[in-house]
Design a protein around this ligand. Structure first.
Ligand SMILES: CC(C)(COP(=O)(O)OP(=O)(O)OC[C@H]1O[C@@H](n2cnc3c(N)ncnc32)[C@H](O)[C@@H]1OP(=O)(O)O)[C@@H](O)C(=O)NCCC(=O)NCCS
Length: 163
């Protein structure tokens, strides 16, 4: 996974652009026992072709009301460029939404991306997420400076109502 994770092509549109190999390994190993980290590796046969992230986080709520704690998910994905364009990221996103709503019982899932990442935006739209916030020059990019960012979201009732 490290061989593709730190390539310029993959780094370009990620928020955590560069990963330290030691930290990367440590994070994957500890995530196994971390109840709020639902990171996953996508395998084709026994070959890793990408990864997904679903982190359970607090929603916005007054006085840290228990109703608002650990009720939301944050979704992300990365695909090895050698395996891009085959629907794998869409499949990861769909499966993690199913995990979030059907198994973990979360009430809302969000995903953020740079506005100039059309493949990622298309994936989020394909899985039924709404463009909830378009931030004008709200996101820092190492090469491009301040550029536009997007937040997509979906509520459990929207997931349940999909056809
Ligand atoms: C972006 C990324 C996740 C896409 O993975 P993937 O497995 O190729 O995605 P999928 O095949 O599931 O779907 C991609 C969709 O975007 C579309 N797409 C790809 N490039 C596009 C472009 N330049 N403009 C418009 N649509 C584009 C594809 O046609 C496809 O839509 P379709 O099924 O309607 O044809 C992958 O390239 C990647 O990991 N990139 C680097 C890291 C990254 O950007 N991660 C997301 C951070 S938010």
């Amino acid at each position: 996974m490290l061989t593709y994770r730190n390539t310029p092509e993959v780094q370009r549109w990620l928020i955590r652009a560069t990963v330290d190999p030691v930290v990367f390994r440590e994070k994957w190993l500890t995530s196994v026992d971390e109840p709020y980290d639902h990171s996953c590796v996508a395998l084709v046969g026994d070959q890793p072709v990408g990864s997904g992230m679903l982190e359970v986080v607090d929603g916005m709520g007054q006085d840290d009301a228990p109703e608002s704690l650990r009720v939301e998910g944050m979704l992300g994905y990365t695909i090895d460029p050698a395996h891009a364009g085959r629907g794998y990221a869409t499949e990861i996103a769909r499966n993690l939404l199913s995990l979030a709503f059907d198994e973990l019982g979360l009430r809302r899932v969000t995903a953020g991306c740079f506005a100039d990442n059309p493949a990622s935006r298309r994936i989020l739209e394909k899985v039924g997420m709404r463009l909830e916030q378009y931030g004008v020059r709200d996101s820092w990019h190492h090469e491009l400076g301040w550029i536009d960012g997007c937040t997509y979201a979906i509520l459990r009732e929207e997931w349940d109502a999909r056809v």
